[in-house]
Design a protein around this ligand. Sequence first.
Ligand SMILES: [Zn+2]
Length: 501
Amino acid sequence: MATHRLPPFSPPTRTRTGRPITALICALAVGTATACAPSEGAVAPSPGATAPSQVAAGPASPGAGTSAMGAPGIGDPDFPDDGNGGYDVQHYGLRLSYDPPSRKLAGSATIEAKAVQDLTSFNLDLHGLTVSRVTVDGAAASFSRSRDELVIEPARRIGNGDGFAVTVDYGGVPEPMRDSANLGRYGFIPTADGAFVTCEPNGAKTWFPSNDHPADKATYDFHITVPEGLTAIANGEMTGTPRTTAGKTTFVWRESHPMASYLATMTTGKFQVRTGKSDKGVPIYTAVADSFRGSLDTLFTQTGKITDYWSTVFGPYPFSSTGGVIDDYAAGYALENQTKPIYGGFAPEPAIIAHELAHQWFGDSLSIGRWRDLWLNEGFATYAEWLWAEHSGQYTADSVFRRYYDNAADPMWTYPPGTARADDLFSAAVYNRGAMTLHALRREIGDQKFFPLIREWTDAHRYGNVTTQEFIALAERVSGKDLKGLFDAWLFQPKRPAPLS
Ligand SMILES: [Zn+2]
């Protein structure tokens, strides 16, 4: 997800939801309830080809007749229960119906996956909700629940390398995740007229059974039925005109590029919508809650303009559409939902739109495989705010860098951003010191190497998973310099690095 903060020099005068916006930023910095969105990390170089879940898969599959259980976690050392091992999801087909008055969600999820070991059982992540039926390749499967794990035993063993499809029928009243140390409230959050759905880092399981970790990306189809008059917004593009029957309207969306589970959304409510294209021809879908109708045109225009500008800086826009959603749920943060960042209860400043749209490259197209690498999302998106300020003539990246650097008492100096902590993922250190790392790199290798490096980075790992070590290796190759000392000082040491030369 992405949280939203304002640029460092914003005047503290604007308010929303009764609080100064800068207070929100600071709140983020000290780890209170606003959340940012980390992304994924590292393991699979290309979607579908290798399974990130391989890292986490359980013990080598035993011979026929013995048990071969998929691991209950994907292998992220800081989030051991997140995701699952033994398979790699290719596609989620989600059929969902939501009734805001009763807050009841009814769903049928078909998950197409490929086994990366023999499987006599495997897990999906699911928080709350009641499962009524599970089938694997059309045959009824037995299942059990244990906390947020749905354990499925297919009628027949699945062989290593086999594709299979599991369908889960489920329903109930979704319960958002609560994590006061990190994100506050996230996942599927009911609102007065629908739902606000932002899932970083592991809230997808609040509304669909999933391999809920960014190391396993997949494509998605969404069929979402809501009462007539409401709009259901998911990722990617609508595949047709919404159809209304008997007072209910069904919206069909498709995200045809690999997506981390936390970036999926089914935000629902009364929205004003504006669609069109950017100057460079990227389709745009923007929507705002009725109370933000005055912000729709600005959101539309800025989204197109910033998407186009980033495509000249970071490389071609990775997805088939761009956009943004302002809901009236006062989350106090924004999240970079793939193709449609969502702003929770505020009309975003351009710097925030710049941050969330930069995440379409850093976090969404290139996803981390472990949460501790979150600076690869947030450091880059924060640096994008500085680049946007440079581009729009507000201030230079160098001036922000110096201002942060000069504060020797900033707590970020004791938090090395290269190892984001599970209990404080969205620390300001991950954002600001992460961005400073990039600025130190830029100063060391010069603009003529730095910007081609960034474009090579987004090109080489498009739609895949990435690690910090891969970024360091590429930076050294592109620059021809030994940069281990620079990255070690900025990312991994609990003290303020030496000043830039
Ligand atoms: Zn962010």
